[in-house]
Design a protein around this ligand. Structure first.
Ligand code: ADP
Ligand code: MG
Length: 730
């Protein structure tokens, strides 16, 4: 009897707990003050001003701030200065860093070193090396774009996103943010469309502002501040969970008796080990010029959030990728595994990435800032109206750009934004737009003052609208917040979709506004007439109620004509809808071929992610969970026999229940195995649909039996760290 238990008793789970409870927080050297470390590893304008000639500096500044082209002579000067600067920081290597269509980041490192004719090593870095690199294009997913025998791909320097030094245990490397394109000139990455979408939005916005009588109009740029949610789990637990290691989420796990029902984690005191991690992590971000601003606990136990201050969208997108990398690496150094998966633990809140987005320029400011009297701020009303129109026309696109196998676990569940795209404006602004639609002159209601009834506390002005946490797309005072984006995703896709739909709406507004003005209407009347049309046609997308309620889901679809796209299988094909293909083509953001390649890559990733999970699930059920159940049964039966020999009566109902669950689990395993072997699908859409519905429900079946076993099998032989341990022991 004894020997059976020791045979399967899991060393790694119990030793993990031992390791963890004796861990001390990693010691962190007290960092230098912010002013000393801020952006010290970034070749930003300040560093350039010190090292470039006046002319080259002026040219670079213009490029960085307005996107104007940089001439080759100045590029040469910048390359030389960049190399000197990087070498002074200890860098021997440089790398173009680029963003392929996966959500990951790719690098190809090259030495500064070359040898001269005397065999001496010298360092070299020319303008042409800065501008162009040549990684193997076929090693990255490219959808139908490239045959593998025509693999040439290029990376090209993006001077509008600053280069920086990445310090790792292997030394320092100069990292150069770059685009990635094929030999035939198609975008293979996430940066080119973002830059193009910004340009399209600027071009259209300029037209509208010019019609509004603005004379000096600086280039418009989009901005992004991304709130990143994540989980931290002790690395020793993670090492004992093959599912966390391979899939980033737990495929099994019975709920912890204590979950998040006490609401005691959100904004609660941050555990010391985590605080130490955060401080170390944020210092690293500061050195890289990433303005980490807030951090706090999130709703679920073990869940946290970090939000940097917002920046130009292109830079913010690069920084967001870098932040995820630095976060994972720093967590590892502190004995944690950082989980960016959207739903690492079933039954516990998932993680999102709220993408805060606005557009503005140096002359007119933030176009989405209403000021204190939004009803009089015509530019604001037009841009806001443009967003409403965009979300209504291209809601399915917004849904498609956040579709992934992992985000499917989160969207539509009752703790995350629904899979139906609507816009929340807040009471004040919703009333303004409703008034405009009714043809009344809009009036706003002020929030008034917060009366606290405590004379020692200062009064403060109440915000004009409350917040709505159930909306996937909410106006939050001076920006829109796209809340349905997944925690592991690149922000580029959402930003591209938002910029492009805005570009399209602004183009439309420019035409309508010009026509209205041509009839002799004054500016205000012309704007109101255009916005009335926007509201008549698209006001259906504005919704201020509870986005989680089933009543809304029914009303949205049946009465408002909005689409409910519950999984990626329904959402991703929206990328190929005629409306979306035409949108990207006419705005010049993606050609139909580039768009098709994106669909191909994302659909393929969807399929392989689920197939990987299924393979692992089958293996874990068969080699970890079933053996634990069986060895428990055999130890029970040995015990029962010994007791029977002593004529002690035993109740064998537990053994029966374990036996029933174990064979039910294996029966479900058999069905899942058969399902995943099926490969005869006419289209990838059909394959995705099968995985999203049939396969996923079989996975739930296997899991339900396994989780039931977890609550019955003796704790000391259960092989996997449990939710109650992983989420709470730090
Ligand atoms: P909350 O959790 O209340 O939504 P946070 O302060 O955590 O707010 O995050 C808000 C994010 O929005 C931050 O990254 C912030 O810099 C960003 N943000 C603020 N103003 C703008 C703006 N005009 N455009 C884009 N992002 C913005
Ligand atoms: Mg937020």
């Amino acid at each position: 009897m004894e020997s059976v238990i020791t045979m399967t008793s899991n060393q790694s789970r119990t030793s993990a707990i031992q390791t963890i409870i004796t861990r001390a927080p990693k010691e962190v050297v007290q960092p230098a003050p912010l002013s000393k470390i801020w952006a010290c590893d970034v070749f930003n304008l300040a560093a350039m001003e010190e090292s470039l000639s006046k002319n080259a500096y002026k040219a670079m500044k213009k490029t960085m701030q307005t996107g104007a082209a940089l001439d080759p002579i100045n590029a040469e000067v910048v390359a030389a200065a960049m190399k000197e600067w990087a070498m002074s920081k200890g860098a021997k290597f440089f790398s173009h860093i680029f963003y392929p269509m996966t959500n990951l980041t790719a690098e190809k490192h090259d030495g500064f070193i070359i040898t001269n004719s005397d065999g001496n090593a010298i360092t070299d870095f020319s303008g042409s090396l800065l501008i162009k690199g040549e990684p193997d294009g076929s090693s990255f997913p490219n959808g139908s774009l490239r045959a593998t025998n025509s693999a040439r791909g290029y990376t090209a320097w993006d001077p509008t996103s600053p280069a920086y030094i990445m310090n790792t245990a292997n030394g320092a490397t100069l990292m150069i943010p770059s685009v990635f394109l094929s030999w035939t000139g198609e975008s293979l990455d996430k940066k080119i469309p973002l830059l193009r979408s910004n340009a399209a939005m600027n071009a259209a916005g300029q037209k509208v502002l010019a019609l509004m009588g603005e004379t000096e109009i600086a280039p418009l740029n989009s901005s992004c501040g991304a709130e990143q949610e994540y989980f931290l789990i002790d690395a020793a637990f993670a090492a004992a969970r093959p599912d966390l290691l391979q899939c980033g989420r737990s495929l099994f796990g019975a709920p912890s008796p204590k979950g998040q029902q006490f609401d005691d984690h959100y904004f609660g005191a941050i555990p010391e080990r985590v605080q130490v991690f955060m401080q170390d992590f944020e210092d690293k971000l500061y050195k890289l010029g990433i303005p980490a601003k807030t951090h706090h606990n999130e709703v679920a136990p073990g869940q946290f959030e970090i939000a940097p201050y917002y920046e130009a969208a292109n830079v913010a997108a690069d920084h967001q990728q870098l932040l995820m990398t630095v976060m994972k690496n720093t967590a590892q150094a502190h004995g944690f595994m950082c989980l960016l998966h959207e739903k690492p633990f079933a039954g516990v809140n998932g993680s999102g990435k709220h993408v805060n987005w606005s557009v503005g320029n140096a002359t007119q400011g933030n176009m989405l800032d209403p000021g204190s009297t939004p009803e009089e701020n015509l530019n604001f009303l037009l841009f806001c109206g443009a967003v409403i129109r965009g979300v209504h026309l291209f809601g399915p696109l917004l849904r498609a750009v956040i579709a992934s196998a992992s985000n499917d676990h989160r969207l539509g569940a009752n703790e995350a934004p629904p899979a139906i795209l609507s816009v929340y404006l807040g009471d004040q602004l919703e009333k303004v737009f409703k008034d405009i639609q009714a043809g009344a002159f809009p009036k706003t209601e002020k929030g008034g003052f917060m009366e606290l009834g405590l004379s020692q506390l200062l009064k403060f002005e109440r915000d004009p609208g409350d917040r709505n946490r159930t909306s996937p797309f909410a106006f939050t005072g001076n920006r829109f917040e796209f809340r349905a984006v997944g925690s592991s995703q690149s922000v580029s896709g959402p930003l591209v979709a938002m910029n492009t739909m805005l570009a399209d709406s602004l183009e439309w507004i420019a035409v309508e506004l010009a026509a209205a003005l041509a009839t002799g209407k004054d500016k205000s009347a012309a704007v109101m007439s255009v916005l009335k049309v926007v509201m008549d046609k698209h006001g259906n997308v504005v919704y201020g109620g509870n986005g989680y309620s089933p009543v809304w889901h029914k009303m949205a679809v049946e009465e408002r004509g909005l689409k409910n796209l519950p999984t990626s299988a329904e959402a991703l094909p929206e990328l190929l809808s005629p409306a979306v293909v035409s949108l990207f083509e006419r705005t010049g953001v993606l050609t139909p071929v580039e768009l098709q390649s994106r669909f191909d890559v994302y659909a393929e990733q969807y399929v392989i992610s689920i197939e990987l999970e299924v393979k692992l699930m089958l293996e874990m059920a068969t080699t970890l969970i079933y053996p634990a159940a069986i060895s428990y049964l055999s130890s029970l039966s040995a015990t029962y026999n010994s007791l029977a020999a002593l004529s002690i009566a035993v109740d064998s109902s537990l053994a029966s229940a374990v036996a029933i669950e174990a064979s039910a689990m294996m029966a479900a395993v058999g069905k899942l195995k058969a399902a995943i072997a099926q490969h005869d699908f006419d289209t990838i859409q059909a394959h995705m649909t099968f995985l999203a519905h049939d396969v996923r429900s079989l996975m739930s079946e296997v899991r339900a039996h396994a989780d039931a076993l977890e609550t019955m099998v003796a704790d000391d032989i259960w092989p996997l760290p449990k939710y109650r341990e992983m989420l709470f022991i730090k």
